[in-house]
Design a protein around this ligand. Structure first.
Ligand code: HEC
Ligand code: HEC
Ligand code: HEC
Ligand code: HEC
Ligand code: HEC
Length: 197
């Protein structure tokens, strides 16, 4: 092996280094213009909800609280209106039963248009795992099939009523509803007693 071979190798090395630095510059040049359209991409993601908020002006601000910046664990995309409400049909504006309507099990008992508790709660459970729910409140388990999640939670208002609820208000919440329930059962049995011959 002579000096010539070494010179040749050195030359090749320099050429390779030059080439990569040129490529580096080229990459920088292409990177700069692509940085500009980025806001468009953000706009594109937002438009998933815009289709809804064009009509539903009250929801214009989108979600508050954690759902506003949450990632859907199923597709790793931001949480959208349709993740919870599903897809509207062509007759949506006429009020047909298409999108999911969440209700309060006590103040709005399932009417003819109401969705069953299991159907409502399964929307929430498509993202929420039972274990963290149990850790946040043991009573989540006992109510899973008995109450809609939205009997206690409200997701659209800026202030979620349950998050950070003081201990006393929490107890009052349980007692109020359970005594109402008691009265309802009592009223029912008294009515049945009266009906009995
Ligand atoms: C598309 C997925 C998804 C669906 C559907 C969903 N959630 Fe969530 N939710 C999340 C994520 C992600 C968070 C952030 C915290 C976490 O990971 O638990 C969150 C947070 C919350 C919080 C804390 C709120 C806050 O602002 O601090 C509550 C309460 C909650 N969800 C209740 C519900 C209820 C009730 C339903 C059904 C009506 C529901 N969620 C449906 C994904 C979802
Ligand atoms: C063209 C206008 C329009 C668009 C777009 C639209 N909606 Fe609606 N939506 C309506 C009207 C009108 C009603 C009221 C029907 C009724 O009173 O029962 C309604 C009802 C609803 C309800 C039930 C409200 C309630 O009081 O129970 C929900 C939830 C809902 N829409 C969600 C959505 C979501 C989510 C989207 C986007 C995927 C969407 N809508 C897109 C017009 C629209
Ligand atoms: C009986 C009322 C009640 C029902 C029904 C209920 N929750 Fe809760 N939830 C609470 C309370 C109280 C907390 C504790 C809030 C705190 O201490 O900050 C809580 C906490 C949570 C949290 C954690 C919020 C945080 O701090 O990040 C999530 C998520 C949640 N609930 C989701 C659900 C889902 C999903 C359902 C339906 C399957 C449901 N909840 C049903 C009362 C309820
Ligand atoms: C994480 C689940 C979730 C997401 C995401 C979500 N909603 Fe809702 N939506 C609910 C629940 C639960 C209710 C029942 C009222 C409440 O809890 O605030 C509701 C109620 C509604 C109603 C009826 C309003 C009323 O006052 O009864 C409309 C309309 C609606 N949502 C539209 C939307 C639109 C538009 C978006 C997207 C910007 C959206 N929702 C995103 C869960 C969700
Ligand atoms: C909105 C009404 C409501 C609220 C609020 C509520 N509960 Fe309940 N709870 C129910 C209903 C309905 C059942 C099912 C009763 C049945 O199966 O007859 C139930 C069942 C239970 C059970 C199972 C025992 C049984 O009788 O089946 C326990 C324990 C319980 N609730 C504790 C709690 C605690 C603790 C809280 C407060 C964090 C609470 N509840 C808040 C309505 C409520």
């Amino acid at each position: 092996m002579g000096d010539l071979t070494m010179d040749f190798l050195r030359l090749m090395l320099m050429a390779a280094m030059l080439l990569t630095s040129v490529q580096g510059q080229a990459a920088d040049q292409t990177a700069a213009p692509t940085a500009m359209p980025a806001p468009h991409e953000v706009e594109f993601l937002r438009s998933a909800d815009k289709a809804c908020t064009d009509c539903h002006k009250e929801q214009k601000e989108g979600m508050h609280g954690q759902h506003a910046k949450a990632t859907n664990p199923n597709n790793l995309a931001p949480v959208t209106c349709t993740n919870c409400h599903g897809q509207p049909s062509l007759q949506h504006r006429e009020g047909v039963k298409d999108v999911m309507r969440f209700s309060d099990s006590f103040n709005q008992p399932q009417g003819k248009d109401g969705y069953p508790i299991a159907e409502q709660n399964s929307v929430c459970m498509s993202c929420h795992e039972p274990k963290p729910l149990r850790e946040a409140l043991w009573a989540h388990d006992v109510h899973m099939t008995k109450l809609t999640c939205t009997s206690c939670h409200q997701l659209h208002p800026a202030k979620e009523p349950m998050v950070g609820i003081p201990a006393q208000s929490r107890i009052k919440l349980c007692v109020d509803c359970h005594s109402k329930q008691h009265e309802a059962i009592k009223a029912k049995t008294t009515a049945q007693d009266k009906e009995a011959p």
